[in-house]
Design a protein. Sequence first.
Length: 92
Amino acid sequence: MDYIQVIGLLAAIFTTGANIPQTIKVIKTRSTKSLSSVTYALLFLGMALWVIYGVIKSDIPIILANAVAGSLCGIILFMKLLALYRKKQQQH
C-alpha cells in the first residue's frame, strides 16, 4: 500500500466517522430540530454520486466509505423528514 492509498483510506475513515456521532445523537434523542434538511439532502445526494463514481472507477475505498457515510446520512435525513411530516400532521 503506497502513501496515496493511505491518504485515501484515512480520508475515508475520517469523513465516514464524522457522521457516526451525529447519527447516534439523533437516534438516541429522536431530535433533529437543529439540523438542516437541505444540508443532509445535499450530503446524501453527494455521497450517492460518489458511490456511483466509485463503481465507475472500480474504486472500493470510495464505494465503501461513501456507502457507509451515505447510509448514516440517510438515517438522519429520514428522521428529519419524518419529524417535519409529523409536525405538519399535528398542525392540521
